[in-house]
Design a protein around this ligand. Structure first.
Ligand code: ADP
Ligand code: ZN
Ligand code: ZN
Length: 802
């Protein structure tokens, strides 16, 4: 086996296959499938994944593998297969899929340098830039506008050469360990020989005579209240020795999570868990949809199912949406399974994520709790996969490879013969329809724990408020109810949906709105620094003092960002203590947890926030939930708008009255009659499902039809229109009669980062040819795509329609 088939790190359709490389003698036997290697590719060296080993190749002279990056494979055989499947399914490159399954730090770092190869001096202009160095960064050369033609000439004349370096980005954290270097009795002799005044040194030696095992330097020095200066002579004399030991960066210290034991399940929970336990014991694959209202005890069902999996000696993956991966959620899993749990959360640093991943790879943990990409956890003996809040759109990745974690979960569930549990209070229409058809097994938790009632929902028509002369963002009832809670020392959650509804800046005189010069979208006002920012590109500018259009000074910001609500709240109810949670206040690591603790310890009365507070929070003292604007989601150009509104309102309502105190919900809206608002207020999922299914059928949307969204972008508008038109024609010609092709139409976001965007949508029931047709279209435009001018994004079963 001296030939490796390698997928190289060049995401392009010509390179989307394996290349054969010869394994040099020194690596024969050390290279295995799933390892990363460095290989020569054209003039460069690049990273690649070994897919297979073989002893013959149909090609003649093969290049040799230059280096090996791993000692053990980073991708298991199952994951290699999964990567191939994923690429075919999502129409992405193999390399993109493999990289998506691994921690960021395992991606390669490339570096290009120019090196002098002779003593001869270079042409003057080059010599100036080199400034008598032997080599320089290629990036620096470009940055300083180096003369490219001279460089080429110099390469041609063998004066300089270009070197390519490739390396892995992973770093390991180490800790200095101190240990005795001799037998204890020898140390006792050494002790006697130490000078009298060397008190600290004596203390140190004494310590090791009593504790001959290794200890970390920082612990040792802390314990004995001394410094490295006292330790140094002992190391120099050879009494003690030091060495580096690798340690995990551990963001979740076990001791912070008190251990919990399984609760006695209620009759309802027992009924739900039985079929799951059965599949675990029988090693059978089955997909369960656990439909349980908020607070019905789904998490306890997950925990006890996992316990059974561990009893069987197997492993568990639990996915929770990014924003629901709160410290509270982590506590429930760490509390039950302690150090058996790894947590993969995007708020961790790249190094911390890598360390958590390595615990999985080394089989040092048996449970993973994480966001979307945790579905690729390199376990080899999976016993269950759980997806909590299965309706969350964050389970769909919106860049390459555009996969849905649910599909990957089911793929792995089949391979491992294990159950997949999808849990939600508001399942997607797709999942619920499948459960009704018997494709998934429906399990229901209809009642809350202790049968506490769902909080009463009060819908407030904001148009009436306006007619009555209330121009604030708080209705009279909401204000009164907040005040009532404050006087009873109860707490309040105020929810504001920020998506598609932010603070824009407008001139009151002429109506001019400040737009991003690169994207057709209003800029968002950020009070801190008085800046305007674009949420789609990095553009920002200072808020002008005069309108750029009419020079009036009546330029104001509008809309309801969380900052603005906070200000309005301070004006309306000055005595309320408010904790604000949004992307701005939670950016720093640990801030999320700090703010929640503050609220949990009742150091604040009101928790004000965006999406991120809608899920998973469980505070006993919260008795009022207010939704400031229910409409903002409804108005998005998305066929899931009603479904998302229903889900969000249900989730938010679930935050109130979860324990002994009864809860109440106030929903403010301009469209109180809309069925998603009405039915959410009655907690009538079944009715909503019926109504929404009718709509989907009428308008030919999922789950009745599948969708494929093709988005084309280019700096030139005419070009975008033309390409999209050709694509639509090709689709019409090559897909079946049943497929409906809509478009070309401008995307809802018509321009982003100076690129115009057009789209076309395929609605279909069964198009086995579809992927082949699209692949052909993509390769037809390959040259232009490579130049990065033209971009064609294909999203099968999209969640983002903008
Ligand atoms: P869900 O995940 O469905 O929203 P949770 O699992 O958070 O519901 O359960 C709601 C509350 O009920 C939690 O505080 C949880 O500790 C508690 N609980 C769950 N199951 C039981 C049980 N069998 N006995 C007592 N309390 C339980
Ligand atoms: Zn103006
Ligand atoms: Zn922009």
């Amino acid at each position: 086996m001296n030939i490796a088939k390698v997928v190289v790190d060049v995401p392009a359709s010509q390179t989307n296959r394996v290349f054969d490389y010869e394994i040099p003698d020194k690596f024969v036997g050390s290279i295995h499938k799933g390892m990363r290697v460095i290989v020569p590719f054209g003039p460069r060296k690049i990273m690649g994944f070994v897919l297979e080993l073989t002893d013959h190749s149909e090609f003649g002279r093969l290049k040799k593998i230059s280096d090996l990056l791993d000692v053990t494979p980073v991708l298991t055989e199952e994951l290699l297969e999964l990567g191939k499947w994923l690429s075919d399914k999502t129409l992405s490159f193999y390399i993109s899929s493999f990289q998506a399954m691994l921690p960021q730090v395992l991606k390669a770092k490339y570096h290009k340098e120019i090196r002098r190869v002779t003593e001869e001096s270079l042409p003057e202009q080059l010599e100036n830039i080199f400034a008598s160095r032997d080599y320089m960064d290629y990036d620096e050369f470009v940055e300083r506008n180096g003369p490219y033609n001279l460089l080429q000439k110099a390469i041609h004349n063998d004066l300089v050469e270009i070197n390519y370096h490739v390396a892995s980005r992973e770093t390991f954290k180490t800790e200095t360990m101190i240990a005795p270097n001799r037998e204890p009795f020898r140390l006792e002799e050494d002790l006697i020989n130490l000078p009298k005044q060397a008190k600290k040194q004596k203390l140190l030696l004494n310590y090791f005579i009593e504790h001959p095992e290794a200890i970390s330097q920082s612990k040792l020095l802390g314990k004995l209240k001394t410094t490295r200066a006292s330790l140094k002579p002992l190391l120099d004399e050879g009494f003690l020795k030091e060495y580096k030991q690798e340690v995990y960066r551990n963001p979740y210290k076990e001791e912070r999570y008190p251990r919990t034991t399984p609760l006695d399940l209620t009759a309802q929970q027992r009924q739900a868990i039985e079929p799951i336990l059965k599949t675990i014991v029988e090693s059978a694959h089955e997909v369960f949809l656990l439909h349980g209202v908020t607070g019905s005890g789904k998490t306890e069902v997950y925990l006890q199912s996992i316990q059974e999996v561990l009893n069987q000696g197997k492993e568990a993956v639990v996915l929770v949406p990014e924003i629901a991966l709160t410290p509270q959620m982590v506590r429930r899993f760490k509390g039950r399974f302690g150090s058996e749990v790894a947590v993969l959360h995007s708020a961790l640093s790249a190094g911390e994520k890598f360390d958590e991943w390595r615990k999985i790879q080394r089989k040092q943990v048996k449970v993973v709790v994480g966001a979307r990409s945790a579905i690729f956890a390199p376990f080899e003996n999976l016993g269950i996969i759980i997806i909590d809040e299965e309706h969350e759109s964050s389970y769909k990745q919106d860049e390459h490879p555009r996969y849905h974690a649910k599909d990957v979960a089911i793929y792995r569930g089949v391979k491992h013969n294990c159950p997949v549990v999808l849990g939600s209070a508001t399942p997607t229409l797709e999942s619920y329809a499948r459960a009704k058809k018997g494709v998934y097994t429906l399990l229901t938790l209809a009642n809350r724990m202790n049968n506490s009632a769902m909080p009463k929902v009060n819908i407030v028509d904001m148009r009436d408020e306006l007619h009555a002369g209330n121009r604030t963002m708080f209705s009279t009832v909401l204000k009164e109810e907040i005040e009532a809670r404050l006087s009873r020392r109860e707490q309040i959650v105020l929810f504001l949906n920020r998506r598609g509804y932010s603070t824009f800046v407008m001139c009151r005189d002429c109506g001019h709105v400040m737009n991003c010069p690169h994207c057709d979208i209003a800029l968002t006002y950020h009070k801190k620094n008085n800046q305007l920012k674009c949420h789609y590109c990095a553009y920002e500018e200072q808020l002008p003092s005069l309108c750029p259009e009419c020079e009036s000074d009546t330029i104001r910001y509008f809309g309801t960002g969380t900052q603005k609500v906070e200000e309005a709240l301070a004006e309306l109810i000055p005595e309320a203590r408010v904790v604000r949670m949004d992307v701005d206040t939670t950016r720093r690591k640990g801030s999320h947890e700090k703010l929640l603790n503050q609220f949990g310890n009742q150091e604040a009365d009101i928790l004000l926030g965006t999406q991120m507070i809608a899920k998973g929070l469980d505070f006993a003292n919260v008795t009022l939930v207010g939704v400031l604007t229910a409409d903002s989601l409804l108005n998005l150009p998305d066929f899931r708008a009603a479904e998302k509104t229903f889900q969000l309102l249900t989730q938010v309502s679930g935050r109130a009255g979860r324990h002994t105190l009864p809860g109440e919900v106030i929903i403010q809206t301009y469209t109180p009659e809309h069925y998603s608002v009405q039915l959410a207020s009655q907690y009538d999922y079944e009715q909503f499902f019926k109504k929404e299914m009718d709509m989907r059928k009428t308008f030919q949307y999922p789950p009745y039809y599948f969708l494929t969204l093709i988005t084309v972008s280019h700096p030139n508008q005419a070009k975008v229109m033309e390409v999209t038109k050709v694509i639509a024609q090709l689709l019409n010609k090559h897909l079946s009669e049943q497929a409906r092709i809509l478009g070309p139409t401008p995307s809802p976001l018509t321009r982003i980062k100076d690129r115009y965007r057009f789209q076309c949508m395929i609605k279909y029931k069964n198009e086995p040819n579809q992927r082949d047709v699209i692949r052909k279209i993509l390769s037809f435009y390959e040259k232009e795509i490579q130049k990065k001018e033209l971009l064609i994004q294909v999203d099968l079963e999209p969640y983002q329609l903008m």
